[in-house]
Design a protein around this ligand. Structure first.
Ligand SMILES: [Zn+2]
Ligand SMILES: [Zn+2]
Length: 154
């Protein structure tokens, strides 16, 4: 990609208010299962369905697909500050991202695959709002939106 095009894309991205325009419409587990659920809508949008495990208890969580919005629906109660594990509800694969830690509290993080090689990463500690959205695309361009722009989840 030319420098000129790169600069153009970056300048456009800078003008966007991410928390208002970014909704997750497509999210996948690392094995490619579709995690979107139309059974539970949050803010009028399909939610992101994952399995949550905490203290040998297992239940479903419907994640709010809108950035900056925290209306997640939990089937089981998790106290603030507790670390959970998330799994794909279809194939059972763990969503924990090996080798990555939350910038804020050093807890493990989970990741979801987004279209165009994007990755959504969130902290697994309930009540921690540290959150990153990583978008990798256009071969060499690597974009990381940090929690200055977007906050979400758990
Ligand atoms: Zn899966
Ligand atoms: Zn954290």
């Amino acid at each position: 990609m030319s420098e000129k095009l790169k600069n153009k894309i970056f300048s456009q991205l800078k003008g966007i208010e991410y928390d208002k325009v970014v909704d997750v419409q497509h999210a996948y587990c690392p094995k490619g299962c579709n995690l979107m659920s139309d059974k539970v809508k949050i803010g009028g949008l399909d939610s992101i369905l994952v399995d949550l495990e905490y203290n040998d208890e297992r239940g479903k969580v419907y994640l709010d697909p809108e950035y900056g919005s925290f209306n997640h629906k939990f089937e089981i109660e998790v106290p603030e500050g507790e670390v959970v594990e998330l799994f794909c509800p279809h194939c059972g694969v763990s969503l924990t991202e090996e080798g990555e830690k939350c910038n804020t509290c050093s807890s493990p993080v989970f990741h979801l695959d987004l279209p165009d090689q994007g990755t959504l990463i969130g902290c697994l500690k309930k009540g921690c709002f540290d959150h990153k959205l990583k978008v990798v695309s256009f071969d060499s361009m690597h974009l990381q939106l940090d929690n200055d722009y977007i906050r979400v989840i758990m």
